[in-house]
Design a binder for this molecule. Structure first.
Ligand code: ADP
Ligand code: MG
Length: 689
């Protein structure tokens, strides 16, 4: 920039003013400046950061860290716009969005405040102090005694932007904002000790230790009441390249205003879409108007985040946001459904008997753990020694083994692209009837049962209806039919209004289905019930008049095909699971005759009951069907599809049971979960022999 006699003087003044205005937009209040400087200190690998403020940071805001420091030769340019030590090559530019803006924080601050930096690198003999104004170094850095690290002091913020200064009401309010930013960064950066204090006062507002855990920090900064109600919540989706870790409050805790700490790629941000979706999930668990505490650290592939480049706009958007939020929501819902159970599970794990379930890993590695008696040893891998192995025909075992390998566990990808024909936006269900049903279900569920299902090891199918699994040292005979019905009931309630569709092609006519059902002995039709055709017409009109509601809430789709009322889609309740379609006629008949459509809650209850019944693993019809199939296949010499149900039960249903089935309390007494052996007891028997 030219000498004093150049005609560019006016231009230069302009530039200063323009820069000042621009900087005032970037740094709107002390808390914005603090956030940028905290990130600089963290980038410089500090593990102690102390912030001292006067008048809410308006008079003074000082950040001291023990990081790498700034090299003496760089001090001349650090406060110039677009100077940064963090982008090295062109490739980095593609990731620029992750860090918001680059090389602007110190420059901006220097335009609207008095900025000084005292810094010392490890290799330098002494520290240097430099002062800046309008992006420029004033004079030369002065050598000075200092510890390794950097202390940045910002004084008289907005002394030259009176409008901005006037807009900030009080030091107290600014201090609250500062304290909020500090608190959040302190929680998130558990390996760093943070201190926030007011200059001249002895007390500290925020103080964390280097070796605190995230949970320690939450307890310290938000209080033990919330800390003890937190559950760990991790989420990952390969397809969208996101993962997140965090702590969320369980259903026993609530606050008036949601506390939401959100970090995306370690930067404190806001996402109202995500926030709303979380509140939506909690709404059905918490008292009306109450909110949870949620801390989330999300990592998204840098190419997929659009952190708004303006540092004061913390709102972020990311690629596939809706789809990611949908996946996130259902994971959260499951976590909450189980949260009561997991607390009990936690205490139950402390019981000596169940403790051993963890021991399989420790046997070889640790000597201070007590040795386990053979009777207490548990097989925990379901990949070896499944029931199938003990069947005599070795050749068939091999075939089925190969088949299992090639199919693997059902993947999310598959359902996303294939079987799910429509994927509605996740909607929050505000109907009180649905909430009541959800609460009823939760009240009826058994924590002990949940623990057993959550930690079982599948052994094998005895039949369609019965399977064996192991939990700790106990062997259980499990009624698959009964529990699959419970599972589908829970899914229908959980996903109410958000259920996927399985299209039927060709779509069967409702009338034909009804007539088929009436011909079936199980329908119990007798002449005094009336003419079959009239009954079938009744079924058709009854169901068809509710088609919008049934589609909207349950994805049961009906429509005209060539002028005839047809069933075009049924709910997709579980990926890779299709109900036994030969049961469709009876399902349709029962939907029309066994559901009370006049009363909202009874209608939902009845519809869910009938649907869950239809989707459950059918025992009688299934067995017959299976036999027929089996005979067919014998002819063709193909044993593949006859094993389909075994595969589905083992690889689709039981994993779903494990993940989120909340079994009813009655299952412990009605023999649907029947303990048939306990290893220690068997040993007692042998000892007597
Ligand atoms: P950016 O962080 O985007 O690079 P800034 O204006 O925030 O831009 O900082 C400019 C440069 O100053 C940084 O790249 C870094 O080299 C240096 N710097 C700022 N604060 C610190 C600090 N606390 N410790 C070490 N270096 C720092
Ligand atoms: Mg920075």
């Amino acid at each position: 920039m030219g000498s004093k006699s150049d005609p560019g003087v006016i231009k230069k003044l302009d530039e200063v003013v323009v820069n000042r205005i621009a900087a005032g937009e970037v740094i709107q209040r002390p808390a914005n400046a603090l956030k940028e400087m905290l990130e600089n200190s963290l980038d410089a690998k500090s593990n102690q950061i102390t912030v001292t403020v006067k008048s809410g940071g308006l008079k003074m805001l000082q950040i001291s860290d023990n990081g790498t420091g700034i090299r003496q030769e760089d001090l001349g340019i650090v406060a110039e716009r677009f100077t940064t030590s963090k982008l090295r090559d062109f490739k980095d530019l593609s990731n620029i969005a992750t860090y918001g803006f680059r090389g602007e924080a110190l420059a901006s601050i220097s335009h609207v405040a008095r900025l000084s930096i005292l810094t010392k690198t490890r290799d330098s003999k002494c520290g240097y102090k430099a002062e800046y104004s309008d992006g420029k170094l004033l004079g030369t850095p002065k050598p000075m005694a200092a510890n390794q690290g950097t202390t940045i002091t910002v004084e008289d913020l907005f002394f030259n932007v009176p409008n901005r200064l006037a807009a900030l009401r009080s030091g107290a309010e600014e201090f609250n904002k500062i304290s909020e930013v500090m608190t959040r960064y302190a929680v998130h950066n558990s390996g760093v000790g943070f201190t926030l204090k007011k200059a001249g006062e002895t007390g500290v507002t925020v103080k964390t230790q280097v070796n605190n855990s995230i949970l320690d920090n939450i307890r310290l900064l938000y209080g033990p009441t919330v800390a003890k109600e937190l559950i760990e919540f991790d989420f990952e989706n390969e397809r969208y390249k996101v993962k997140s870790k965090g702590y969320i409050s369980n259903v026993n805790y609530s606050v008036k205003k949601m506390v939401f700490l959100l970090f995306i790629n370690h930067r404190l941000v806001e996402s109202s879409a995500l926030k709303k979706s979380i509140e939506g999930v909690y709404a059905s668990y918490l008292p009306k108007g109450m909110s949870p505490f949620v801390y989330l650290s999300l990592e998204i592939h840098p190419n997929n985040v659009d952190v708004n480049v303006h540092p004061t706009k913390h709102e972020v958007f990311f690629l596939n946001q809706d789809a990611i939020i949908e996946k996130f929501q259902s994971a959260l819902e499951q976590k909450l459904l189980n949260s009561n159970a997991s607390r009990t599970f936690y205490t139950e794990r402390l019981l000596p008997e169940t403790k051993i379930s963890k021991l399989d890993i420790q046997i070889s590695s640790s000597s201070d753990k007590p040795a386990i008696a053979a009777k207490d040893m548990i097989r925990t891998s379901s990949t070896d020694q499944k029931l199938d192995k003990f069947f005599t025909s070795t050749s068939s075992v091999q075939t089925s083994g190969t088949v299992l390998d090639s199919r693997n566990t059902p993947s999310e990808e598959k359902s996303g692209s294939g079987s799910k024909c429509s994927m509605p936006e996740m909607r929050e269900c505000k109907l009180s009837s649905v909430r009541t049903l959800r609460k009823e279900l939760q009240a009826e569920s058994s924590n002990t049962g949940r623990d057993i299902f959550a930690n079982h090891t599948f052994v094998g199918c005895v039949s369609r209806k019965l399977a064996l699994f192991q939990h700790t040292t106990k062997l259980y005979l499990v009624n698959t039919t009964n529990f699959s019905q419970q599972l589908f009931t829970q899914i229908l309630l959980r996903d109410f209004g958000n259920i996927g569709v399985m299209k039927l092609n060709p779509a069967p006519s409702l009338n034909t289905l009804a007539k088929l059902a009436l011909d079936h002995p199980e329908a119990g039709w007798s002449p005094q019930d009336g003419d079959k055709q009239e009954l079938a017409d009744f079924v058709t009109t009854t169901l068809f008049q509710y088609r919008e509601m049934l589609d909207d809430y349950f994805s049961l789709q009906m429509d005209y095909r060539d002028g005839v009322e047809c069933l075009v889609g049924i709910p997709l309740l579980l990926d890779d699971y299709c109900p036994w379609l030969a049961g469709l006629p009876l399902f349709v008949l029962r939907l029309a005759t066994e559901v009370d459509y006049q009363d909202e809650i009874e209608c939902f209850r009845g519809f869910i009951r009938e649907t869950a019944r239809f989707y459950s693993v059918s025992s009688t019809e299934g067995a017959r069907m299976d036999l027929a199939q089996h005979q067919d296949e014998k002819g063709e010499g193909d044993s593949d599809t006859s094993e389909e149900w075994r595969f589905t039960i083992e690889h689709v249903l039981y994993p779903a049971f494990k993940k989120f089935l909340m079994p009813s309390q009655s299952c412990l007494t009605d023999r649907s979960l029947l303990q048939i052996a306990n290893l220690p007891d068997l040993y007692k028997v042998f000892e007597r022999c």
